[in-house]
Design a protein around this ligand. Structure first.
Ligand SMILES: O=C[C@H](O)COP(=O)(O)O
Length: 264
């Protein structure tokens, strides 16, 4: 059976840009992509701003009927209640979010998030119609010891715990080697392919072949306009989770238009 997985280019802004700056960036991004006649069927485009920007991005996207999607960088596993500082999946859904990142390595590292918590967050997101972008990835020491595949498959298995086959098929996975995040040290296309293929094989074995073939798997870590085409040429890489480069409109627009670039 042949599966067509629409590529996804998602810009994770991290702790950058206030709501006014967010509107300027999304407006410029939409203009640039329309100027270049970007084909959204060839690459879905999403921005993932800080929580405080989302209402402004929603107003712009709805008002101008933009094809750009948006989402959040984290979500509470709880529905509501005494959880100071948290934002629920229902609140994000009400703001028109399509996506939410869960288990980013920066949350795992600075907020001690475990695979079990990531699975709870993914479940909460799916319950409210949001697509979780579930992140996994190894640190430098694990990579140097050759344990990267095992590390990532253990993480993905734990982070998908309790999800139905249908829910996994409707999720997005992201392989982000920690040593390549914000360092300029991009994994080679072969490195990215190796782990993305193993993650897909893992999902096939736990949730069935069809789910493994359907689930989209992104690569993240120093993705730029100059390296995106080679990464996207890999059979199991279905898109990119872009940090730093997503804050530069021309660079991110070029990344979204990877299909128009030669594979270097
Ligand atoms: O979520 C995005 C990743 O952490 C990649 O960040 P980067 O593109 O700045 O390396």
């Amino acid at each position: 059976m042949t599966h067509t997985r629409t590529p996804l280019m998602a810009g994770n802004w991290k702790l950058n840009l206030n709501h006014q700056e967010a509107v300027v960036l999304v407006q410029k991004l939409a203009w640039t992509l329309s100027d270049k006649r970007h084909d959204y069927a060839k690459a879905e485009v999403a921005v993932l701003p800080p929580f405080t920007d989302i209402r402004s991005v929603q107003t712009l996207v709805d008002g101008d009927r933009l094809s750009i999607k948006y989402g959040a960088q984290d979500v509470s596993p709880h529905e509501s209640g005494a959880y100071t500082g948290e934002v629920s999946a229902a609140m994000l859904a009400k703001l028109g979010c399509s996506y939410v990142v869960v288990g980013h390595s920066e949350r795992r590292q600075y907020h001690a998030e475990t695979d079990a918590l990531v699975a709870e967050k993914a479940t909460a997101a799916l319950k409210h119609g949001l697509t979780p972008i579930i992140c996994v990835g190894e640190g430098l020491e694990v990579r140097q010891a050759g344990g990267h595949v095992d590390h990532c498959t253990v993480q993905v298995t734990g982070s998908l715990a309790g999800l139905t086959a249908e829910q996994v098929a409707g999720s997005v996975l992201a392989y982000e080697p920690v040593w390549a995040i914000g360092t300029g040290e991009v994994a080679t296309p072969e490195d990215a392919q190796e782990v993305c293929a193993e993650l897909r094989a893992c999902v096939r074995s736990t949730h069935g072949d069809d789910v493994g073939d359907t689930v989209r798997i992104l690569y993240g870590g120093s993705v730029k306009a100059t390296n995106v085409a080679a990464l996207m040429a890999q059979p199991d890489v279905d898109g990119a989770l872009v940090g730093g480069a997503s804050l530069q409109v021309d660079e991110f627009a070029a990344i979204c238009r990877f299909y128009a670039m030669p594979v270097l």
